[in-house]
Design a protein around this ligand. Sequence first.
Ligand code: SME
Length: 157
Amino acid sequence: MAEQLNIPHTGVKKDIYEAILPQIEALVSGEKDLIANMANVSAVLKEAFHFLWVGFYLVKEEQLVLGPFQGPVACTRIQYGRGVCGTAWKQQAAIVVPDVDAFPGHIACSSRSRSEIVIPMIADNKVFAVLDIDSELLNRFDKEDLNYLTQICNMIN
Ligand code: SME
């Protein structure tokens, strides 16, 4: 297992994703524990992109419960259909929120969050977790992020 990440400090975000993808693969491929892998994925994404918050919520007893994350403290439980995370769970589809203030029902764990992306992780047709990332920048996430982050989620599925 690599102990140190090799992350380019220049270039577009595609270059950073392309650099971290094989490193994440190397980190998670020998480990089958979901929580351990979520913890390392959170750490890599935080270090690579300096997002405000990056982490996972896990479906437990019909709620989303806070899992491994990097960033400020966050709300511990989210109900089905509530907030961006609960909506992505309900819709079984990723959600890109360019402006959190314009998303009805957005749950503001941090007042510094301006935009957000949530990707549901699905097995046997059921959402078992979501990856949630918050940025202090408006409109930080696009299809490119969605594509790469989905690939990363699939590595620990
Ligand atoms: N904003 C999320 C809540 C989780 S925090 O961002 C970490 C939502 O609306 O579901």
